[in-house]
Write a protein that binds this ligand. Structure first.
Ligand SMILES: Nc1nc2c(ncn2[C@@H]2O[C@H](COP(=O)(O)OP(=O)(O)O)[C@@H](O)[C@H]2O)c(=O)[nH]1
Ligand SMILES: [Mg+2]
Length: 659
């Protein structure tokens, strides 16, 4: 059955590239670049759809556009055990595809073609992702992702039959391959059985096919006596699923001989396919109709995918906004807690009072205004060990306030992200619900650095002003903590008991500083020291939010956007308006050699017409002598059967075609 493939180049007729082909190439690029990394609702389905769309462009649409004259690929699909392989074998009259008893079948799908058509299938022109296995060149490795090519003269030139894996295979890879192969079909020959035609899986797939206007023919296998009702019901279901134009063939239950169904039960299907094979224009019409439908479907799907890509950008922005909002809140909370006097209580107050002592000294400065600076210098010189304790207490209090704000920002951001599917997926395996451990040491460092800033401010201020050098040589730390204390009361909005304690504390600090620098400089120093603190707090919170936003950065979702994809889809839509395929044949296809599939000749001899698309099915009227008992009972007429006894019979006990 296998003859060497034709030696001619792989794609002998390459159509000049059209605007539509160009637009589809662009669409392919855009679809391929569509990542959809965030788990927005529907993203998983959309990702899969984008991959399938690319696959369909590579497997079918682009190759088909490049070579309209390539043979018509009929993909035989259906559920497990529906009888696909048996049907293919019966149409060819030889076992090219092994019918499965053990499931799932581990054999690669078989593509049968005419010997002169081998070149169309042996290269990666179509279905480039699948390896090829031939009788001469058996594949090594995993043959499940391979096409087994069988060259056979039982097929007319220009028509190829592919026996696809079960659409409901227990193996995911098989199911996916089945869907992929059906998506690459010019014509689906969909096999179901009288017992199982109402199953859901096939109809989901058939509805998809109808949606993209793939050309479909249905075969209902093993139709038992009294089954006219089943056929009519199936026809109604087809009509209800948008398959009004699809022909339906009924294969009556019969006894197999050597694994083949008798000729008369497959004759009508054989005639239908042989007619297609013999008629380049009819073939091209099928190809064109499927191509038009697939292109429209790709535009529709790409438009949805562009929306999905936009949804990614929105989700990215939404999640970032959450980070910003809670970081802002935290900065504000720290600002409030460091300016309303809260910090000037407890430990800080005690150490400050240790430092400045009773009010006596300050009353003395007030009296001797002109020499206040000297008095302050003397004051600081007398208590060198006190200022660092105040500084430490401030650092301690400030650290608690900032860590608290950081933890709360983390907690609120975490909760908000968990409540968003895209955020929740990014947080999987990450515990960001508290401030980072690095930040726990980082905060203390930042506070020490800020205290360093404050001392620098005081030192710089002293250098600007002649005469303060002496004050600074002894009083730098004292002036520094005074400025820190003043910062924590700098809004002046203190009330009630706070004014009594914190306010009083701040007033002392203010007097000390003003005695050295003057009141205007003190106002400026306070504002600057406060700004430095706020900047450091902002940086810490931004760094913490970075733990979240870096997750988004890594996905690249923000750059995705659907605009380019949508533009490409519109480009295809526009180009497709000028290039419709359905209807007239556009490419001269090699004329057929007139080969008839097994049973076709006999079917015609019996007066049967191959069903044209749209024509409803009749259960083939089976010659009396060939009917199993129940068919004889069902049809019981015998008028059309060949004369019994005198007809030459083949080894199956059937009348021979050549008779
Ligand atoms: N009685 C009967 N058995 C069939 C028919 N078609 C297939 N079978 C049997 O059903 C089983 C599954 O058939 P197969 O062709 O492997 O189905 P596939 O899984 O769709 O390829 C095999 O044992 C076949 O012999 C039919 O029309 N009538
Ligand atoms: Mg099979």
């Amino acid at each position: 059955m296998t003859t060497p493939d034709d030696e001619r180049p792989a794609t002998p007729t390459s159509a000049p590239s059209s605007p539509l082909a160009g637009a589809l190439e662009e669409l392919r690029t855009r679809l391929d670049a569509t990542r959809l990394p965030l788990e927005t609702p529907g993203a998983a389905v959309a990702r899969q759809d984008a991959a399938q769309a690319v696959e369909q462009l590579d497997d079918y649409v682009l190759p088909r556009l490049r070579a309209r004259g390539a043979p018509l690929l009929v993909v035989v699909g259906g559920s497990t055990g529906a009888g696909k392989s048996t049907l293919v074998n019966s149409l060819l009259g030889e076992e090219v595809s092994t019918p499965g008893v053990l499931r799932p079948t581990t054999r690669s799908p078989v593509l049968a073609h005419h010997p002169l058509d081998g070149r169309w299938f042996s290269t990666d022109r179509i279905l480039p992702g699948l390896a090829r296995v031939t009788a001469d060149d058996p594949a090594t490795g995993d043959t499940r992702r391979a096409l087994r090519l069988v060259s056979t003269s039982a097929l007319p030139q220009g028509l190829a039959l592919l026996d696809a894996p079960d659409i409901d295979s227990v193996e995911v890879a098989n199911r996916e391959l089945a869907a992929q192969l059906l998506a690459a079909a010019d014509l689906w020959l969909f096999v179901t059985t009288a017992a199982r035609y109402a199953d859901a899986v096939p109809w989901d797939l058939l509805a998809t096919a109808a949606g993209r206007r793939a050309q479909v023919a249905l075969v209902v296998d093993r139709v038992d006596p009294g089954a006219e009702a089943v056929v009519a019901d199936l026809r109604r279901m087809m009509d209800g699923h948008g398959l009004t134009a699809a022909p339906l063939f009924a294969v009556p239950e019969s006894t197999q001989v050597d694994g083949l169904l008798p000729e008369h039960v497959v004759g009508q299907i054989a005639a239908y396919l042989s007619d297609l094979g013999a008629d380049p224009a009819a073939r091209d019409a099928v190809v064109g109709a499927t191509l038009d439908g697939v292109v429209d479907d790709l535009v529709r799907r790409s438009t949805h995918l562009a929306d999905a890509a936009d949804a990614q950008v929105e989700a990215d922005a939404r999640l970032r906004a959450v980070c910003d909002r809670y970081a802002d809140d935290a900065v504000e909370r720290v600002a409030a807690a460091t300016s309303d006097g809260t910090l000037l209580r407890g430990e800080v107050l005690a150490r400050w009072q240790d430092f400045v002592g009773t009010g006596e000294f300050f009353r003395s400065i007030e009296k001797r205004v002109g020499r206040a600076r000297d008095a302050v210098v003397g004051f600081f010189r007398g208590r060198p060990a006190q200022a660092p304790h105040v500084e430490e207490a401030i650092a301690h209090g400030l650290e608690a306030v900032i860590l608290d704000a950081i933890d709360e920002a983390a907690e609120r951001t975490y909760a908000a992200w968990r409540g968003d599917p895209a955020g929740a997926a990014l947080l999987d395996g990450l515990d960001l619900s508290r401030g980072s451990s690095a930040m726990r040491t980082g905060v203390a460092e930042q506070i020490r650095a800020w205290q360093g800033d404050v001392l620098d401010l005081v030192r710089e201020q002293g250098e600007d002003k002649r005469g303060t050098a002496r004050a600074l040589s002894f009083g730098l730390n004292g002036l520094g903590v005074s400025l820190m204390v003043l910062v924590f009361a700098s809004t002046g909005g203190l009330t009630g008991i706070e004014v009594g304690i914190a306010g009083g504390t701040a007033v002392v600090a203010q007097k000390l500083l003003e005695a050295v620098f003057g009141d205007e400089a003190v106002r400026r120093l306070t504002a600057t020291a406060r700004e430095h603190l706020e900047q450091r707090v902002r940086t810490m919170l931004d760094d913490e939010a970075g733990r979240y936003t870096s997750q988004l950065d890594a996905t690249g979702a923000a750059q995705a956007g659907g605009a380019a994809l949508l533009a490409a889809a519109r480009g295809v839509e526009h180009a497709a308006r000028g290039e419709r395929f359905g209807g007239a044949a556009r490419t001269a296809a090699p004329s057929s050699d007139g080969t008839q599939l097994r049973g076709a000749v006999r079917w015609r001899a019996g007066g049967g017409q191959a069903s044209a698309p749209g024509v409803g099915a009749k259960v083939p009227d089976v010659p009396d002598d060939d009917k199993p008992g129940f068919w004889r009972r069902l049809f019981g007429r015998g008028a059309r059967g060949p004369a019994g006894g005198t007809t030459p019979r083949d080894r199956n006990g059937e009348p021979r075609d050549d008779a």
